[in-house]
Design a protein around this ligand. Sequence first.
Ligand code: FRU
Length: 425
Amino acid sequence: MRDPHRPTFHLVPPSGWLNDPNGLGQWDGVHHAFYQHNPDEARHDRIAWGHATSDDLVHWRHEPVALRPDTPADADGCWSGVLVDDGGTPTLVYSGHREGELQQACLALGSADLRTWRKHDGNPVLTAHDDLPDLDLTVLRDHCVWREDGRWRMLMGAGFGDGSGGALLFDSPDLRSWTYAATLASSARRAEPDTGSAWECPDLFGLDGRHVLTFSAWHDDDLIHALAWTGHYEGDAFTPDALHRLDLGGGAFYAPQSYRDDSGRRIMLGWLPEARPEADCLEAGWAGVMSLPRELTLRADGTIHQQPVAEVATLRGAELSGDDIAGDALDVELRVTLEEGGSVRWRVRGAAYELRRDGATTLNGEPVPGDGQVDVRVVVDHSVVEVFANGTPLTTRSYTGIGEPLSLEAERADVTVRAWEMGPA
Ligand code: FRU
């Protein structure tokens, strides 16, 4: 029997486990998404790199496993990293994992079609032990790598002995030897939003005239949530303006990575972890979903706007009418106008939402932009529900309400609804 919780138009592993997106990029027009993968079992162990390609960001082809933990430098796992173009050679920069040690930076060199990878003989190319001043590190892993002023620069995620997290900056002439430049950003744990005791998967990029530094806040194996600093990056310094949550669903959207596609869009994918018990995942034979690709822009007020890439709408099939919006693969648009004190509640595929206007406009109690005018997009794909309220996302995993019809109640609010069945990708 088909697992009723397995998505049909999100990227999922053919079988086994998936976590972080890795090595995202567009190469000769083709979108590549590598990911943290255990092909053998639906749990996090002996992590390899899975690989999928797409011409349109919605139809994904599974490619051969790209990296496996099979050398001394990555004996227990090939952890997260990125894809860069080293003078025409596709090159993966990733974190070699050995049980009980801090991870170390490794390289793998690819064939022109990105299907065959050879580990660099000189791995590891950076270890906390040999290549760093004493920073009292508790965590060092994950990579963001770019060219700047004729050299390579790299960020790695870090945790420090005093319980703070941050991102370290390194320089290299050739990707093969690295020197520490600076601690680009760091913060002590704090209540709201909590930046964790380590930052995983840092990603730095320009967006609409500012810089954005995304990272995932981690504490004691708790995946707290994905965050973003907006600010200004120059030289060895990042000057922050504000800290933003990337998804109101907390750890339901984690470890995002982004890239600039050929059309100039900033596209981000994140990992949507399972929320059901490990035993259920092992029985189902798969675990972990990639979010829909999201296009990022900056709003005029400096906050981050996210929406599914336009290509997602190409999967829309029959339009469903008012009373008949049911199914496990749906794309729903709600155009909402709330009077002061007004609210709209809806429930779909076992997940419940409330949009209110009490002075501020909120979705499930969290502020969203819009002064009572809210364009809501609800994308349902079996156990995944991704909601975007004026470009602010809230991701949920749900294992109940199979096939239940959309229910909607409005008080002192005007709502128009359009909905489509979503074809499988
Ligand atoms: C984030 C993360 C990364 C690490 C990878 C291991 O989810 O913990 O920090 O590289 O997953 O799979």
